[in-house]
Ligand binder design. Sequence first.
Ligand code: ZN
Length: 355
Amino acid sequence: MSAPDPSTSRRSFLARTAAVAAVPSVAALTEGALAEPAAAAETTLPDYAPVPKSALGPALNEQGYYVGQVERNLYWVTDGTYQAAFLATRDGVVLFDAPPTIGHNLQRAIDQVTAENGVSNKVTHLVYSHHHADHLGASSLFGKSVTRIGHAENKRLLLRDNDPTRPAPDITFEDHYALRVGGQRIRLAWHGTNHSPDNIYIHLPDHDTLMLVDVALPGWVPIYNLNLSEDIPGFMAASTTALSYPWKHFIAGHLGRLGNREDVTLHQQYVTDIAAQVRTALATVDPTPYFVKYGANTWAAVKTYLDAVTDRAAAPVIAKYTGVLAAADVFTVSSTLVVLESIRLDLGDGSQIHP
Ligand SMILES: [Zn+2]
């Protein structure tokens, strides 16, 4: 497993950076106009634990992507940060998600694989995992004639957001949808809200594969707030639901490699450990000094107390998972705070009725 070519990594990083309006333009960066502030930042930016080798995937090619076989005619594509997948059937290609960072490389990857296998390179179906732009923003590249499929809530959200890069799905479903293309079985299911209200399970029973995006990220901890999830109890239940399906290969939508059952189990253990440490910290950190010190400034007391609980809970989790899951020292505090709030607000633990 070799590291990605640095020039390719930098190019794809710049492509991603260019998508963020608030950052300096690529031209400004490449012209060196910001060389001085960048050098200053280098001396003040924090250092983090090294990324374990087990978190990294295969090297990217010159165009900045890697395409690999999952099983038989199912393939996955990555740019090192995002992932999509596609099924190359005798009747056309079924694409699963269209992240804008992979963008035109999706069709390049499809062209490469279908040419090698002598099948059509035409994308006929595009399955949406969920409505977020970072996973669907290249959907419009596939034109109007492709059949888009997503959850009913996915359609409602996409119509609301009205983003021309993400046309709303043509086919929607509530609980289950069986898609068959070129003799291949694809089973779509919705088991409740988790990361987003419309996030679905994409099961390919004849390819031993489950695709569930933005929940368990192989080799890595979730980013902020457990992947910016809208429903924390739903998010925590999602990995259990994922493991209730039969599969060997896991497509997570993120980072540079495929997942397996051990990855999802490890993710589940990480989140379970956070919740356990939050309960311990809630029972042991005394709120009194925070409220005494800040008096009438209730929010200052609430913030410093909850931050203390969060830090107390996160510390042993960071220690346990550093070197095991990449970026445990980067994002665990953020995710611990959201678990703490979910335990208080969703589960009602620690709520007391005034006597
Ligand atoms: Zn998302």
